[in-house]
Design a protein around this ligand. Structure first.
Ligand SMILES: [Zn+2]
Length: 309
């Protein structure tokens, strides 16, 4: 949620160390539920600067399908886990995981007129029934997502926004469409959100994400909330992987281990498995040294970068 980054930046080293220790004690995971957003409220990506490495990578043979694994074997405990997360927020590590040059599955957009829809708006921090512009967006041959645009946009502008974001969303891997049914588009410079079978966009924030090249990576994070959280983020085996790694990929994951760890991890998992030739070698090495057990877990989830067909 908004405000999280200032909390992170303001804490003392003692609190960081204590938090890390507590985070690995199973009961502490329950205590941290106080940080969960109100039920039904979209989750978000924190707006913090990544601590990036800058060593260029050689083209890697790791941009290949996941290796065969024994998906029931105990995870190996990390031999030398880092004492602090290497990154602040994983959505900001690299804008190269998905770029405008990558293919999109977005195929067609059709205006359906105006209709009442229940939409969350972060400017008011609540759900409201809004008489929205409704667009049917088709991805691939047969996947349909309803794009609901706030009527503060005129019809033509609403269509431009819907079309533009549908093209971006179409660049997301097909597995991130599993539970995606709607998209909300509002004005306002506020965090985007996921969950609720939805992706929520505030167009006023676009420039700040785009200037860092991470529009797709932000949506990748949010779409993980939408389509993977329900199955994986609290599964016993995911918790086993967290404990085996004894580390977190980002401050945001460490501070919100139940809500954000999976969403913070999936993008860097995809980066090191399928986009290693696009990121600095040191960044890839850091990811692998930090979350080896989580990588083993996600290798067994069958994720690929393929877009919908
Ligand atoms: Zn999130």
């Amino acid at each position: 949620m908004r405000g999280t980054s200032s909390t992170i930046n303001g804490r003392s080293p003692f609190v960081v160390a204590l938090g890390l220790a507590l985070a690995f004690a199973a009961p502490a995971l329950g205590k941290r539920r106080a940080r969960q957003p109100p039920r039904g409220m979209p989750t978000t990506t924190n707006n913090v600067v990544a601590q990036d490495a800058s060593v260029p990578a050689a083209a890697s043979a790791e941009s290949s399908p996941s290796p065969a694994r024994d998906c029931r074997a105990p995870f190996l405990a990390a031999p030398n886990p880092p004492t602090r997360p290497p990154f602040s927020g994983s959505a900001y590590i690299s804008g190269a995981i998905i770029t405008e040059a990558d293919p999109t599955s977005f195929a067609a957009l059709e205006y359906q007129g105006r209709a009442d829809r229940r939409m969350f708006d972060r400017r008011t921090a609540r759900f409201q029934v809004i008489n929205a512009h409704i667009f049917d967006a088709r991805f691939g041959a047969s996947t349909h997502v309803e794009v609901q645009v706030n009527p503060e946009f005129a019809r033509d502008e609403a269509e431009r926004e819907a079309r533009s974001y549908a093209a971006v969303i179409g660049r997301l891997p097909s597995f991130l469409f599993r539970d995606l049914r709607t998209v909300w588009i509002h004005r306002g410079d506020l965090d985007w959100g996921g969950g609720n079978n939805n992706l929520m966009i505030h167009t006023g924030r676009h420039g700040s994400y785009a200037s860092r090249g991470v529009v797709e990576e932000i949506l990748l994070h949010e779409a993980t909330h939408t389509s993977l959280d329900s199955e994986h983020r609290a599964s016993p085996r995911w918790r086993e992987a967290q404990i085996a790694d004894h580390a977190w990929i980002s401050d945001y994951a460490r501070d919100n281990p139940e809500r954000e760890d999976l969403a913070e991890t999936v993008s860097v998992y995809l980066a090191q498995r399928f986009r290693a030739d696009r990121l600095p070698a040191a960044t890839i090495a850091t990811i692998r040294a930090t979350i080896g057990a989580r990588i083993a877990y996600l290798d067994c989830a069958g994720l690929t970068m393929s877009v919908l067909r």
